[in-house]
Ligand binder design. Structure first.
Ligand SMILES: Cc1cc2nc3c(=O)[nH]c(=O)nc-3n(C[C@H](O)[C@H](O)[C@H](O)COP(=O)(O)OP(=O)(O)OC[C@H]3O[C@@H](n4cnc5c(N)ncnc54)[C@H](O)[C@@H]3O)c2cc1C
Length: 457
C-alpha cells in the first residue's frame, strides 16, 4: 500500500500548479489529480505548424504586469511582447479608427461603490445624464456595455458594479491597460511550472475524473473514475466555478459528503460563470491590409489593426497577432453570442465567424472561404471540466469570493480564479495568486499543528 500524500490537489490549472509548486518546494508530499489528459486547464496553447506561432484556445493575454506571471517569466528569460497596433470600430456600418478603451474608461470611472450595489445595466440607466443629448457620450455608453459584456463575458443585467470597480482598481495597480504575450504563449508559463513541479517531486496524475469527496476533519477520501480512491489528511480543491455549481448528476461534477456548508453554497449562488466562444482563423494571407476598399487617397488601412470592435450579434470583437504580422485573426463571441454558438459543431461556428467578417469588412464569404486554411476552436461551455469561461460576481456578491475561498475544518481548502480576493478573478494571475494564498493557508495550518499531520523538515 502506498503512503498517502500530505496534500491532494484537485485540478492542474494555474491555481493548482502554483499551489503545488509552493507546497512541494516546502517539502510536503503533494499529489495533483486532473480529469484531463493534459495540465493547464483553461490555459490551452497549440502551435500553428505553418506560422510557427502559438494559438491559444483559452487564456491569451497577460493583462498588465502582474508579478505572479512576470517574475516567473523573467527568471527563465522568456521573451514577452507587448500588444500594439491600431484599434478599429464598426459603427453604423462604417469602419473607422477609434479610441475604444479611452471612451469606455470615461464611463467606467463613474462607477461608485459607496452606493448600494447594482447591475451594470442599471448603472448605465442613471450614469452620465448628459448622454441623452450628447451623441458621443451615448456611443461611449454603448461601447462600455460591449466592453463589460465582451471582456468579462458577463450578463450586464446581472454583473455587480462593486465587483467591476474592484477589478478596475486592481488592474490599475498592475498597468492592466497594457497587454502582453509570451513568446510561445501561455505554454511558456506551463512549462516553467512543470519543471518546478518535477524538481519538487510533485506527482501529477492525469485522466483522473474526481466524482466525490468524502471527508471528516483531518481525513479525506477522493473517489474518482468510478473505481479509484485517494486518501490524504488535506485536500485543495481548485475546480472551476462552473464545475462546483454543476448538479451532481452532470458529467464532471463533484459530490461532497458531507455536503458543502450553507455559506459556501450561498457564495456559489452569488457568482456566475461568463460564457465565451473564441475561434482563431489562419488565412493564406493578411487580406485585411488592403482594406477598407473604399478609403480616400492616403487614408489608413487595416495593416496595423490590433483590435476590431463592433456590435455584431455573432463575433463582435476580433484581434490580430500584432505586433507579429501573421495571417491569423481571432473572433470573440461573449455572453448571448456564445449561448447561440455553444453546442454547435466547429463547421457551423467557423461559418458564422466568416459571415461576421463579411459583414464587418465587406469581403465576400466565398473569398474568405478560399483564403481560409485552418480554424482553431474550443467550446468551454460544453467542456465538462470548465463549464464556462471565467467567473464574475452578481449584484450583491460582495464577499462571495472570500466565502468560497475559506477553508473548512483545516481539511478542505479552496483555490481557483473564482476564489481570488484581490480583484483579479477571471485571469491567470488571479488563479496563481489564489493557489499561493491556499498554499500559505495549508502551511499555516500545518505549523499550528491542528492535528497530527506530517510536517516538513
Ligand atoms: C476563452 C478564454 C479566454 C481567456 N483569456 C484570458 C486572458 O487573455 N488572460 C487571462 O489572464 N485569463 C484569461 N482567461 C481566464 C484564465 O484562463 C483562467 O482564469 C485561469 O486559467 C483559471 O485557472 P484555474 O486554475 O482557476 O482553473 P482551471 O484552469 O480551469 O483548472 C481547473 C482544473 O480542474 C480540472 N477539473 C475539472 N473538473 C474536474 C474533475 N471532476 N476531476 C478532476 N479534475 C477536474 C480541470 O480539468 C482543470 O484542469 C481566459 C479563459 C478562457 C476560457
Amino acid at each position: 500500500m502506498s503512503i498517502p500524500p500530505d496534500i491532494v490537489i484537485i485540478g492542474a490549472g494555474a491555481a493548482g500548479l502554483a499551489a503545488a509548486t509552493e507546497l512541494g518546494q516546502a517539502g510536503l508530499a503533494v499529489s495533483i489529480l486532473d480529469a484531463r489528459n493534459r495540465i493547464g486547464g483553461r490555459i490551452f496553447t497549440l502551435s500553428d505548424p505553418v506560422c510557427h506561432a502559438p494559438v491559444e484556445l483559452g487564456a491569451e493575454f497577460i493583462h498588465g504586469r502582474p508579478p505572479e506571471i512576470w517574475d516567473l517569466l523573467k527568471k527563465r528569460r522568456v521573451r514577452v511582447k507587448e500588444v500594439d497596433g491600431d484599434n478599429w470600430c464598426v459603427q453604423s456600418g462604417h469602419l473607422g479608427k477609434c479610441d475604444f478603451f479611452s471612451e469606455v474608461d470615461e464611463i467606467l470611472k463613474q462607477m461608485d461603490d459607496q452606493t448600494p450595489d447594482e447591475s451594470f445595466v442599471d448603472f448605465l440607466k442613471h450614469c452620465c445624464r448628459q448622454s441623452k443629448t450628447n451623441r458621443r457620450l451615448q456611443e461611449a455608453k454603448e461601447r462600455a456595455l460591449s466592453y463589460v459584456t465582451g471582456f468579462n463575458a458577463a450578463d450586464p443585467s446581472q454583473v455587480s458594479v462593486h465587483w467591476l470597480l474592484k477589478g478596475m482598481r486592481a488592474e490599475e495597480r498592475i498597468e492592466g491597460d497594457r497587454a502582453f504575450r509570451a513568446q510561445h504563449g501561455y505554454a511558456d508559463l506551463i512549462e516553467i511550472f512543470q519543471k518546478q513541479l518535477l524538481n519538487a517531486g510533485v506527482s501529477i496524475q492525469l485522466g483522473i475524473k474526481v466524482d466525490s469527496i468524502h471527508w471528516r476533519p483531518g481525513n479525506v477520501e477522493v473517489r474518482a473514475n468510478g473505481s479509484t480512491s485517494f486518501a490524504a489528511p488535506r485536500v485543495l480543491i481548485t475546480l472551476p466555478l462552473g464545475v462546483l455549481r454543476a448538479s451532481t448528476e452532470e458529467n464532471g461534477a463533484v459530490r461532497f459528503a458531507p455536503d458543502l456548508p450553507r455559506q459556501k453554497k450561498r457564495a456559489l449562488s452569488k457568482l456566475a460563470m461568463g460564457k465565451v466562444i473564441r475561434v482563431t482563423l489562419r488565412f493564406r494571407e493578411r487580406f485585411w491590409v488592403r482594406l477598407p476598399k473604399d478609403r480616400r487617397k492616403g487614408s489608413k488601412t487595416l495593416a496595423k489593426m490590433s483590435f476590431l470592435f463592433s456590435q455584431d450579434d455573432c463575433f463582435p470583437t476580433w484581434w490580430t497577432t500584432m505586433p507579429e504580422r501573421l495571417p491569423i485573426i481571432t473572433g470573440w463571441a461573449p455572453f448571448r453570442c456564445a449561448e447561440r454558438l455553444s453546442g454547435q459543431n466547429e463547421a457551423f461556428v467557423v461559418e458564422q465567424s466568416l459571415q461576421t467578417l463579411n459583414r464587418l469588412l465587406g469581403v465576400s464569404t466565398q473569398e474568405l472561404e478560399s483564403l481560409l486554411q485552418h480554424a482553431y476552436f474550443h467550446d468551454w461551455q460544453n467542456d465538462p471540466f470548465s463549464r464556462g469561461a471565467y467567473s464574475h460576481a452578481k449584484v450583491g456578491g460582495d464577499g462571495a469570493q472570500a466565502a468560497l475561498a475559506s477553508p473548512i475544518e483545516n481539511t478542505l481548502f479552496f483555490a481557483g480564479e473564482a476564489t481570488d480576493i484581490s480583484g483579479h478573478n477571471g485571469t491567470v494571475h488571479g488563479a496563481i495568486a489564489s493557489g499561493r494564498r491556499a498554499a500559505s493557508e495549508i502551511q499555516r495550518s500545518l505549523r499550528r499543528g491542528d492535528d497530527g499531520l506530517t510536517r516538513p523538515g
